[in-house]
Design a protein around this ligand. Structure first.
Ligand code: SAH
Length: 342
């Protein structure tokens, strides 16, 4: 309970730490910062080159970790899904996915989400609050064992609806004097908040942007994504090409394949026309969500959808669904937990 009043030190930049502790040599906070982000220590006591009194003071004011692991589900494919409880009792999910090019974490940016996409399990659970940059960083840095080299900001929540903390989080984990993840290994997925896409382009962070498109026309998109009514498809695509021009990073267009909703040959043709040659589409087999009357398109449908796009010179990848056997779809585990808690 004591910890409830303490702040999370993981979210502090080096400069913020120096401001908080102006006494003593300035390299002191460099050392503390290094212990947290580089050596990834889990107790202040272990900071052996830091004077005891300062360690005590740090411990009085701060906590290093805040997320309590409630459930871990192991998938046959090697991925693991974690359900964490925050200090104030919110539930968030985080998925660990091993790849041959490095290990990746799917990071949550909010407890819940307010975007309301009709196919998404997180939306069903409603919105609770945005996460702090420290809570996001802990999902990567607090991970035991493997050093995580890649991050996909595609967990619960809309990252651009929690803009400042998400950007601070990206700066923290890409800091060369800290965790030092390459920004090029980070993908941020958004439902398309246009002003924020443009802001992100100006941050000097070469992260890959993934746009949740999911429909080839404004009308169809509005039917499944309420946010589409606020930001017209034209405006969203303009913001994406601005992002590309400014950062030189290609945008990935995500398209969940939902049976009978957006998976016809006509939809594929319209999508190809909408995006134009050379663009990259990531087809996502729909992950079933309890309580939703929606199914994934069949393998055959996905294949012919892909063929039509490819005939139109669109680059297409099909997302390998990590952890389909462990409720890896966004929000599934949290929804189950909250149902159990009544
Ligand atoms: N708020 C962000 C991140 C969401 S999760 C966004 O909208 O992009 C990452 C991706 O998974 C998004 O493209 C999202 O639309 C998609 N998604 C959500 N629920 C899904 C489901 N049940 N099956 C397949 N993809 C889903």
């Amino acid at each position: 309970m004591m910890t409830m009043n303490k702040e999370l030190i993981r979210g502090k930049t080096k400069d913020e730490l120096k401001e908080l502790f102006p006494d003593g040599p300035s390299y002191r906070m460099d050392q503390v910062y290094e212990w947290i982000h580089k050596k990834r220590i889990h107790s202040f006591d272990g900071m052996t080159n830091i004077p005891k009194d300062l360690r005590k003071e740090l411990e009085k004011k701060f906590v290093l970790n805040s997320l309590e692991k409630e459930t871990v589900r192991m998938s046959k494919d090697g991925s693991r899904k974690y359900l964490y409880k925050t200090m104030d009792g919110e539930h968030i999910e985080c998925v660990y996915i091993p790849h041959d090019y490095g290990d990746s974490i799917c990071v949550s940016t909010q407890a819940g989400c307010r975007m309301g996409c009709s196919f998404c399990g997180t939306a069903m659970g409603g919105f609770r609050r945005s996460l702090t940059c420290a809570e996001m960083a802990e999902q990567i840095e607090g991970h035991e064992g493997e050093k995580i080299t890649h991050a996909v900001i595609m967990g619960m929540g809309e990252p651009l609806d929690n803009y400042d903390e998400t950007v601070k989080f990206i700066r923290l984990i890409t800091d060369g004097e800290g965790y030092d993840m390459s920004a090029r290994n980070i993908t941020l997925s958004t439902c398309g908040i246009t002003g924020r896409i443009r802001n992100l382009a100006g941050e000097g962070l070469p992260v890959t942007l993934a746009l949740s498109l999911h429909a080839p026309t404004q009308k169809k998109r509005e039917l499944i994504m309420p946010i589409a009514k606020r930001y017209h498809l034209r405006e969203v695509l303009d913001a994406c090409s601005f992002y590309f021009k400014k950062t030189g990073r290609r945008v990935t267009y995500e398209y969940a394949m939902i049976r009978g909703i957006n998976d016809s040959r006509e939809d594929a043709g319209k999508l190809a026309l909408l995006l134009g040659r050379g663009q990259h589409v990531n087809l996502i087999p729909f992950n079933s969500v309890d309580g939703k009357q929606m199914d994934s398109s069949s393998e055959g449908t996905i294949r012919s959808f892909k063929n039509i796009l490819e005939k139109n010179k669109i680059n297409v990848t099909i997302r390998a669904s990590a952890g389909a056997d462990i409720d890896a779809a966004c929000g599934q585990l949290r929804n189950k937990k909250e149902r159990l808690l009544g």
